[in-house]
Design a protein around this ligand. Structure first.
Ligand code: IPM
Ligand code: MN
Length: 353
């Protein structure tokens, strides 16, 4: 069996962490008796420099005809002065998400006991209980709502949710909560925003279809606070695009670093897998970026796109072992520990498969 993967490394640390992701995928594939057929394509700033477009048609065509899309990260100060739709983030990343209909973004985090000192919370010597899946709606909300305008005097974005968009993401939330402890916290701002009022009502209407799920609602400001006061109360958080962007970064910090947060973006056909952090221009080219989010995103790809659950499980275990054995990049360094390179982490995971 050979799986076709579109490899979109992107900008800055993108290609550095991608290299380690592919290293680990190849290592697990060869011992599990399948293989990957990688085709590289341009996205983001790299694509702008080469073709003038942050998402060339060839790239999108390749994504559509592949079994999965494996993405690094896009953006950087070089392209920050372009108009919004030409920027790597908007014209590249948001455009590929929208074009592929990737409405459900899964962002799981877990604080490994060995990384407890990297968690900004201090629970009096006990490892804080952080094991949370954020289910973020990814192609609606204020990110995509029309109209949008930008003039010298005014910037306008429109926050809108339609019932069918809310229903399909809540369904993912209910289903995943069933396999992760059973508690589903729907996060909104229904005391103020009309789009959130619709969201909350839709969730309530669906409650009866999932009697085994313990559904609760929380305002986003409170959720931001509860995450740091008592992260153990959350199994699955389901929320809109903007709130999910913010809360998932917060959850990653609880797990030690944004470099630990993988993601799966699921849609009706081909899915996309990317680390949740950015392209980190400040550390690019030094070989010190944390590749674990990229590697873990590869494991999510094996699960969600190819049904290779055993191989995925081996990657999760190998990552855990790598951490237990003390391999650290600078972002997850504890007292007295020494950092190793991006490549050394990739090697360590591959050896432990
Ligand atoms: C993320 C990123 C993106 C987002 C940016 C780069 C467009 O922050 O994947 O969380 O806001 O969705
Ligand atoms: Mn983000």
């Amino acid at each position: 069996m050979s799986y076709d993967i579109a490899v979109l490394s992107g900008d800055h640390i993108g290609p550095e962490v991608m290299k380690e992701g592919l290293k680990v995928l190849d290592a697990v594939a060869s011992s599990e008796g399948f293989s990957f057929n990688y085709t590289e394509a341009l996205i983001g700033g790299a694509a702008i420099d080469a073709t003038g477009s942050p998402l060339p048609k060839d790239t999108l065509d390749l994504c559509r005809s592949s079994g999965a899309v494996y993405l690094g990260s896009v953006g950087g100060p070089e392209w920050d002065n372009l108009p919004p739709e030409k920027r790597p983030e908007v014209g590249g990343l948001l455009e590929v998400r929208k074009s592929l209909g990737l409405f459900a973004n899964l962002r799981p985090v877990k604080l490994y006991p060995e990384l407890a000192s990297c968690c900004p919370l201090d629970f009096k010597g006990k490892t804080p209980d952080v094991d949370i899946l954020t289910v973020r709606e990814l192609i609606g909300c204020v990110y995509f709502g029309e109209p949008k305008t930008l003039t010298e005097e005014e910037g306008l974005d429109t926050m809108i949710y339609r019932r069918h968009e809310v229903e399909r993401i809540l369904k993912v939330g209910f289903k995943t909560a069933g396999s992760r402890g059973g508690r589903l916290c729907s996060v909104d701002k229904a005391n103020v925003l009309r789009s959130s009022m619709l969201w909350r009502k839709t969730a309530e209407n669906m409650r009866g279809d999932y009697p085994e799920i313990d559904l609760s609602h929380m305002y986003v400001d409170n959720a931001a606070m509860q995450l740091i006061l008592n992260p153990g109360q959350f199994d699955v958080i389901v929320t809109g695009n903007l709130f999910g962007d913010i809360l998932s970064d917060e959850s990653a910090a609880l797990a030690g670093s944004l470099g630990m947060l993988p993601s799966a973006s699921l849609g009706p056909s081909v899915h996309l897998f990317e680390p949740s952090g950015g392209s980190a221009p400040d550390i690019a080219g030094k070989g010190i970026a944390n590749p674990l989010a990229q590697i873990l995103s590869g494991a999510m790809m094996l699960e969600h796109s190819f049904g290779e659950f055993k191989a995925a499980g081996r990657i999760y275990k190998a990552v855990e072992k790598t951490i237990v054995d003390g391999f650290r990049t600078g972002d997850i360094l504890g007292p007295g520990e020494e950092a190793v390179s991006t490549a050394a982490i990739g090697d360590a995971v591959a050896e432990r498969l």
